[in-house]
Design a protein around this ligand. Structure first.
Ligand code: AMP
Ligand code: GLY
Length: 427
């Protein structure tokens, strides 16, 4: 079976890495991929948003399964596009169609969906440019801080949390006035939830689902969760407060109603769902849905899956996921993201990375790298995701930090406190 993974980050390298361990004879292609995926298969110079180029690559390389990594092609409808093509009738696509991807592509849709299916989430209202006055009035009925969310995809920058009511009103007007373009033509205003965050993941064939290992990511650039938001500076799995009792609530109150709700609404969903959750006094609330796996969460959850990932994906494609088995390991996995100096603001690219040939005790996933004249250089803000496993989170962290200290590039930055708020990963 020839498999095409779409995307170019650490998540896609981790997917390729996990699939490369399958007992089945798989040939892996990644588009556009990175130097990490190039070690495991063939990189194709194809943009995942150029659907007709993806189609041509599928035909040329006799691809039997496409795994869509990032959200943009899903929200743009790549799955519908490929599935509607009679020449691609035998090709399985892992990732929802546009309808299912709306869970991530429209905050208003996601909130309405949760309301319709009784899924716990923060109270909210949605406003448009012509209802600014009502929006300001609604905000004044809430206690600060105020949570403002642009409806559409905004590259992780569409959520504002503001304490000062005047500043919040100004930001709200700017959002509805076009600051985020089309993504901000609607704005969700919601109640602030106080608690501790974690993420749950499933893979589903639209009928049943498998609960994948959970994770906690560290989004802020600075130690102690300070400074600007990033794509993610590190992650750990398992999450100590995600006890079996809490996870049962997550399945009963969030996951099952979501999978059943999609089915009830006639949305065929085949792929991954990422549930961003807030644990509020032991009760799960949904902060957001994503229609894909997370990055860097993939770099800790995929290593903890002991089963053959291809077998699960085949179960998704054939709608017989319930007959497949998912085994997860009891150890701990952590990842530490090495980022370019300056990130998440402007940063240099093309900086040479050394020490990659001397890795022991960790797996290094490429996130933002490129090959130039046989050398590996930086090409993005998040550069390398250094994953390790151990009996405990502390042991795994020690390995990752040891590996990090052996990899060098000018300006490198990383958080030295991943997992700082979690005492131990032993449950
Ligand atoms: P999102 O893009 O929806 O994940 O939001 C980005 C971040 O904002 C989340 O990871 C949370 O830390 C925070 N956030 C979003 N919604 C809320 C809320 N209702 N209450 C508290 N924090 C929130
Ligand atoms: N790490 C958060 C995300 O993938 O959206």
């Amino acid at each position: 079976m020839n498999i095409l993974i779409l995307g170019s980050g650490g998540r896609e390298h981790a997917l390729a890495w996990k699939l490369s361990q399958s007992s089945r004879p798989l040939k892996l292609f990644t588009a556009p991929g990175n130097p990490g995926t190039a070690m495991l298969g063939v990189n194709l110079p194809v943009d995942p948003l150029d659907f007709s180029a993806v189609r041509s690559a599928i035909l040329e390389h006799k691809i039997g399964m496409v795994v869509v990594g990032p959200e943009a092609p899903l929200v743009e409808g790549i799955t519908d596009y490929l599935e509607a093509d009679p020449e691609l009738a035998s090709v399985a696509v892992i990732g929802p169609g546009r309808g299912g991807a709306m869970l991530e592509g429209s905050k208003d849709f996601a909130k309405g969906f949760m309301k319709r299916h009784g899924i716990p989430t923060a109270a909210y209202e949605t406003f448009r440019a012509d209802t600014i006055a009502e929006a300001v009035r609604f905000m004044s009925t809430l206690a600060p801080p105020y949570v403002l969310k642009a409806d559409g995809l905004a590259a992780g920058k569409g959520v504002l949390i503001i304490s000062d009511p005047d500043e919040a009103a100004l930001e709200l007007k700017a959002m509805l006035g076009g600051r985020f373009g089309k993504a901000g033509s609607k704005v969700v205003i919601e109640q602030y939830l106080s608690g501790i965050e974690m993420s749950a993941f499933i893979v589903t064939d639209g009928i049943s689902y498998k609960l994948l290992p959970e994770a906690k990511d560290y989004k802020r650039i600075g130690e102690g969760d300070t400074g600007k938001n990033t794509g993610g500076m590190g992650a750990v799995s398992p999450v100590p407060f995600a006890t079996p009792g809490f996870m049962r609530k997550v399945e009963d109150k969030v996951i099952r109603p979501t999978v059943e709700g999609l089915r009830d609404e006639g949305i065929e969903y085949r792929g991954f769902i990422f549930f961003g959750l807030m644990n509020v006094d032991g009760e799960p609330y949904v902060i957001e849905y994503n229609a894909r796996l997370g990055d860097p969460e993939s770099e800790v959850i995929l290593p903890r899956i002991e089963s053959d990932l291809y077998d699960l994906l085949e179960g998704v494609a054939r709608r017989d996921l319930s007959s497949r088995t998912l085994m997860t390991s009891h150890d701990s996995a952590v990842t530490v993201m090495m980022v370019s100096g300056g990130y998440p603001d402007a940063y240099p690219k093309g900086v040479e990375i050394t020490g990659l040939d001397l890795i022991t005790g960790s797996t290094v996933f490429h996130a933002g790298t490129a090959e130039r004249d046989g050398r590996i250089v930086t090409s993005g803000g998040r550069v390398l995701s250094v994953t390790s496993r151990g009996e405990t989170m502390e042991e795994a962290l020690e390995k990752s930090y040891r590996t990090v200290s052996g990899i060098r590039f000018e300006g490198v930055n990383y958080r030295k406190d991943i997992g700082f708020d979690l005492k131990t990963s032993k449950r």
